[in-house]
Design a protein around this ligand. Structure first.
Ligand code: GLA
Length: 377
C-alpha cells in the first residue's frame, strides 16, 4: 500500500482538454455479421480525451483511447475492426464473459442437491460460460446518458437451460466514462430459479499502444493479493488457497511481468504457459478496492483496476500465437497483453471453501470494475 501511495505523488490524472459540452454517449453502426445480424456501437467520450467504443456483440470494449505522458492518444486494447472477426475468434477480446467466467471442472456442479451439466469447451472443462457464451451474444442497448459522465446500459436475457445453466438470467452491463477519465463497468443479474453467476470483463490491455514496443514483459504489475488459487494441468483450482510469498505470483510490489514468467522450476507457471491464475484479493469482497495496477514505463501510461469481486485472474496473453492480424494491422504474439479479469473464484461451485457464486430469485447480483487511467511523468 505504501508503494502505491508514493507512486501516486508522481501521477497525474487528466485535465479536461476541452470546455465544450459534457461527457457524451453516441450510438453508431459497427457493421454486420456474415448472416446479416447488425452490430451497433456506442461511443463514450469525455472531456479528458479518453474515449471508449462499446459494441453490442458481447457487450465488449472494442477500443479505448487514453493519452500517454506526452498527451498523445493511443488505443490501449486489443481487438478487431469488424464484427465477424470477433465472432470467429476465441480469445474473448474486450468481452463480457459469462454466465460463469473462468472454468467449471468437467462442466459439472451441484446446486440444492441437483447436478447440472453445462457445455464443455476447454480440455473437458467449461470456460467462460461454454460456447457460445455471453461474449458471442448480441446485447440490447437499453439506454444512453450524457452529463458529468457518459454511460450506456446493455442487456441480455439468457434463457433457462441455456448451455445447461438453470434459471432465466437477466443481465445488464453498464459502462460509464467519467469526466476524470475513468471507465466503470457495473454488472447486474437477476434470476427466476437458483443458479450460479460470475461475470467479468475480458479486455486485453497493451498500454504501449505502439507496434514497435508491443510486448508487455517490461510493464510493472502490482496485484493486491497475498494468496492465489493453484491449479492442476487443466487450470482447474486444486482447492488450496496458497500464499504468494516466495512464488512468481507475488506481485504485492510493482514487478516486471517478464521477470519470473520463464521460471521453469515453478509448476504453476508451466501449467499456465506463463500467467493464467486467479489471485485472492486482499480486502473485503463487496467493497470497491484497488486490485491491480499496471505501468508501462515507456509511454508512462498507468492503469489501475478496482473491483468489488473476491478475485482477479491475471492472464498474460499466453495463447496469442502470432497467427492473425488485429486492429491497426498489428500481429498479436504471446505476452502482448495484460488481461486482468475481476471475478468469483474459478470452479467456485465445486469448492465449498471458496466464496459462493450462487444467485437466488429475489436477489440481485452486482459486481463492479473500475479502470482508472493516469500517466507517470
Ligand atoms: C481466460 C483464461 C485463459 C484463456 C483466456 C482466453 O483468461 O483463463 O486460460 O482461456 O481466457 O483465451
Amino acid at each position: 500500500m505504501r508503494a502505491i501511495l508514493t507512486a501516486a505523488l508522481c501521477l497525474s490524472a487528466f485535465a479536461a482538454i476541452s470546455n465544450a459540452g459534457a461527457a457524451q454517449a453516441r450510438r453508431a453502426a459497427f457493421g454486420a455479421l456474415a448472416d446479416g445480424t447488425r452490430i451497433d456501437a456506442v461511443d463514450l467520450t469525455s472531456r479528458t480525451g479518453v474515449r471508449a467504443r462499446i459494441i453490442t456483440l458481447g457487450a465488449r470494449i472494442q477500443s479505448l483511447y487514453t493519452p500517454d505522458r506526452a498527451g498523445k492518444l493511443g488505443d490501449i486494447v486489443l481487438g478487431f475492426a469488424s464484427p465477424q472477426r470477433y465472432f470467429d475468434d476465441g480469445n474473448y477480446f474486450g468481452a463480457t464473459v459469462g454466465r460463469f467466467a473462468n472454468r467449471i471442472a468437467k462442466g459439472r456442479f451441484t446446486l440444492d442437491g441437483r447436478t447440472y451439466q453445462v457445455t464443455v469447451n476447454d480440455h473437458g472443462n467449461s470456460l467462460h460460460g461454454g460456447s457460445p457464451g455471453f461474449d458471442k451474444r448480441v446485447w440490447t442497448i437499453e439506454s444512453l446518458h450524457d452529463g458529468a459522465s457518459a454511460s450506456v446500459v446493455m442487456s441480455y436475457v439468457s434463457p433457462d437451460g441455456e448451455q445447461g445453466y438453470p434459471g432465466a438470467l437477466r443481465v445488464t452491463a453498464t459502462y460509464t466514462l467519467t469526466d476524470s477519465g475513468e471507465l466503470r463497468i457495473d454488472y447486474s443479474a437477476t434470476t427466476d430459479r437458483p443458479t450460479i453467476v460470475n461475470l467479468s470483463g475480458h479486455s486485453y490491455f497493451n498500454l504501449a499502444s505502439s507496434p514497435a514496443h508491443f510486448s508487455t514483459m517490461r510493464d510493472l504489475l502490482q496485484i493486491n493479493a497475498s494468496h492465489f488459487t493453484p491449479v492442476d494441468d487443466t487450470l482447474i483450482p486444486t482447492g488450496t488457497i496458497a500464499p504468494v510469498a516466495g512464488t512468481p505470483f507475488d506481485f504485492r510490489t510493482p514487478t516486471p511481468i517478464g521477470l519470473r514468467i520463464r521460471d521453469g522450476n515453478d509448476r504453476q507457471i508451466r501449467y499456465c504457459h506463463g500467467y493464467d491464475m486467479n489471485f485472492v484479493l486482499d480486502g473485503r469482497p463487496g467493497t470497491l478496492r484497488l486490485a491491480a495496477r499496471v505501468e508501462d514505463p515507456r509511454s508512462g501510461r498507468v492503469l489501475e483496476v478496482y473491483t468489488t469481486a473476491p478475485g482477479i485472474q491475471f492472464y498474460s496473453g499466453n495463447f496469442l500465437g502470432g497467427s492473425f492480424v488485429g486492429k491497426h494491422g498489428i500481429v498479436y504474439r504471446q505476452g502482448d497483453a495484460v488481461v486482468l479479469e475481476p471475478q468469483d473464484f474459478p470452479d467456485a461451485p465445486n469448492h465449498p471453501n471458496f466464496p459462493a457464486a450462487t444467485l437466488d430469485p429475489g436477489a440481485t447480483y452486482h459486481s463492479v470494475i473500475v479502470y482508472r487511467f493516469s500517466v507517470r511523468r
